[in-house]
Every structure is written in structure tokens, then in C-alpha cells.
Ligand binder design. Structure first.
Ligand code: NAP
Length: 294
């Protein structure tokens, strides 16, 4: 059977256009949306990713301030930076970029990002609000999966959705978003044992484990829609997901590619979340903030 490729590129372009349009509307009211990205690493691929956010923001008319405090930054310095940015009126959105210097714990820092500027849903308060169905920013990656399913009209209400991975940044918030869309959600993790009985019975499988080749053709059926969140860099520098795309292709109904799937939509959503945060902070009327909750 032919497996449909669910590219995220078209959707990402549409979301970027929406962010650009929102930024234009805000500018007309004298509001200039600004995203701050706090960086404390010399990891080249991370720095490349941050520069790509900066370029996309620039094209959408959104300010992007890279706050690079170097790979030797202490937790105390990072905490001070996050407190300052949270208090600064000209900054609307804040991302604390990982990886952080060794010994620095993200858990101790993300709670310092003001919830109304937490455009990547990192503060545990944002996750808590998602859990009880209150408006909050979901992590962009988690929302990206839901946007892709909506865009390709993959039904979730009453369907069995398996999420592989239970991290606070992807698996858990995604499960909450899917639950809010009336899916019957099963969360698998490293102690689940055999994934096959769960994934083969599912209508949708989302894999967010960070394990190359975790999901193969034997894990899916002809009805399965597979969303690959994983990003793994191979020794030759190429990027692959968690899904063995070659073996899943021809078996599953549909599959998102890596690269060009979830990741491209994620970056676009960070921009859209920044405009939503700016609009809310400026008290400008428009679509109500319900970034995470469907
Ligand atoms: P993480 O914090 O390392 O969590 C990985 C999760 O996968 C954990 O819950 C872990 O289970 C589970 N897991 C690991 N091995 C497994 C196995 N063999 N079988 C079943 N479950 C397994 O990673 P993360 O931050 O959630 O990220 C997950 C992946 O998504 C990574 O590849 C990351 O690079 C990618 N990602 C992509 C984007 C994007 O925009 N495309 C954004 C963020 C992350 P335990 O809880 O039991 O350890």
C-alpha cells in the first residue's frame, strides 16, 4: 500500500504567514512583538537552530533577541537573566534553549519564565493549566503534532492514539492536548516493554523518544497514521527521526517525514505564540488566547 507523506512544510508556511499577519496588525497599533531566546551553549547545531529562529522571526516582522551568555553560565546568572526578561515590558516571549551548561538544571529555571511570556510551555504552571483545560501556551512541539493532525484532517475524537514518550516537554503535554480533542490516549515509555500490541492497535502513533529506528513496519497496521517527533543526528551529520521510515513506508497509512515534518511546524508556532503573547500583553482584542487548548 502507498503510505501518504504528511509534510509539515506547507502548514509551516501557513502558520508563518499568520504570524506575519498578526505582527503587522500589532504594528498598526504600535505593538512590536519581541521574542527573547536565552542561549548558554557552544553546541553548533543548537546555535544554527537559534539563528534559524532569528531569521524566521525577522522575515515575519517579529523581533528576536538572542541572549547568549556563553557555555560557562551558572544557574544563578541564568536565573537572573530569566527574571529580568520576565519583567521587561518590551519582551513578549521567552525561550530557554537547551542544552544548558553541565550542572545547570532546567527544572530549577523554567519556573522563572513568566507564564504569560512562556511561549514554549516550559513553566510547570503552563503544563498545569493545560492539564485542567485553562488557556496556556503548550510546548510548540506538542502543539505542532496536533496542528499537523488537524491540517491533514486526521480524526482524533474517539480514536486510539498512542504517544511514545512521556517527557514534560513533548509526551505529557501532547497527551493532554490529544485528550482535550477527545482521543483515547495511551502513553508508552521505556518501561512499557513491547510497544507492538499498543501501536498496532492504534489509529495514530506519535513517537517522541529520541531513539533511532524505534518504530518499524511491524509496529504499525495499514490504518496507522504515524507522527515522528524524534530528531536524531547520525554520525554522518544527517537528521533522522525515531521511525524507520523505510520499513514503515508501504505498511502504514501515513507518516510525517524527518526533516520537514514536526520540526518545521514547531518553529513557525514559536513565532505565532510570540504574536499571541504580544497581543495579550498589549490588551489588543483579537482571537482569544487558547494556544494550547483546543
Ligand atoms: P526525553 O526527555 O529524552 O524523553 C524521551 C521519552 O521517550 C521518555 O519518556 C522515555 O521513557 C521514552 N523512551 C526512551 N526510549 C524508549 C523506548 N525504547 N521505548 C519507549 N519509550 C522510550 O526526550 P524529549 O525531549 O521528549 O524529546 C523526544 C524526541 O523528540 C527527541 O528525539 C528530541 O530531539 C525530539 N524533539 C523534537 C522536537 C521538534 O520540534 N521536532 C522538539 C523537541 C524534541 P522514560 O520516561 O521511561 O525514560
Amino acid at each position: 500500500m502507498k503510505t501518504e507523506v504528511l509534510s509539515g512544510k506547507g502548514l509551516a508556511g501557513m502558520i508563518r504567514e499568520r504570524a506575519q499577519d498578526e505582527a503587522r496588525q500589532l504594528e498598526l497599533r504600535g505593538v512590536h512583538p519581541v521574542l527573547a531566546v536565552v542561549v548558554a551553549t557552544d553546541d553548533e547545531s543548537t546555535l544554527w537552530y537559534v539563528r534559524s529562529i532569528e531569521r524566521s522571526a525577522g522575515r515575519a516582522g517579529i523581533g528576536c533577541r538572542i541572549v547568549d551568555i556563553g557555555p560557562d553560565a551558572t544557574e544563578q546568572v541564568l536565573a537572573g537573566v530569566l527574571r529580568d526578561l520576565s519583567a521587561e515590558a518590551s519582551v513578549n516571549g521567552i525561550i530557554l534553549q537547551t542544552p544548558l551548561p553541565s550542572g545547570v538544571r532546567a527544572d530549577n529555571l523554567v519556573g522563572l519564565i513568566a507564564p504569560h511570556k512562556d511561549i514554549d510551555g516550559a513553566n510547570p504552571l503552563s503544563l498545569g493549566r493545560l492539564a485542567v483545560g485553562q488557556p496556556a501556551f503548550a510546548p510548540a512541539t506538542a502543539r505542532s503534532v496536533v496542528e499537523i493532525l488537524d491540517h491533514f484532517e486526521v480524526p482524533t475524537a474517539g480514536r486510539n492514539v498512542v504517544v511514545v514518550g512521556r517527557s514534560a516537554v513533548v509526551g505529557k503535554p501532547l497527551s493532554l492536548l490529544l485528550l482535550a480533542k477527545d482521543a483515547t490516549v495511551t502513553i508508552c515509555h521505556s518501561r512499557t516493554g513491547e510497544l507492538e500490541p499498543f501501536t498496532r492497535a492504534a489509529d495514530v502513533v506519535v513517537v517522541a523518544a529520541g531513539r533511532t529506528g524505534l518504530l518499524t513496519g511491524s509496529h504499525v497496521s495499514e490504518k496507522t497514521v504515524v507522527v515522528d517527533v524524534g530528531t536524531n543526528v547520525l554520525p554522518d551529520g544527517s537528521l533522522v527521526g525515531d521511525v524507520d521510515a523505510a520499513s514503515v513506508s508501504g505498511v502504514a497509512a501515513a507518516l510525517t517525514p524527518v526533516p520537514g515534518g514536526v520540526g518545521s511546524v514547531t518553529t513557525a508556532l514559536l513565532l505565532l505564540h510570540t504574536t499571541e503573547a504580544a497581543r495579550q500583553q498589549a490588551g489588543v482584542l483579537g482571537r482569544p488566547l487558547a494556544a494550547g487548548v483546543a
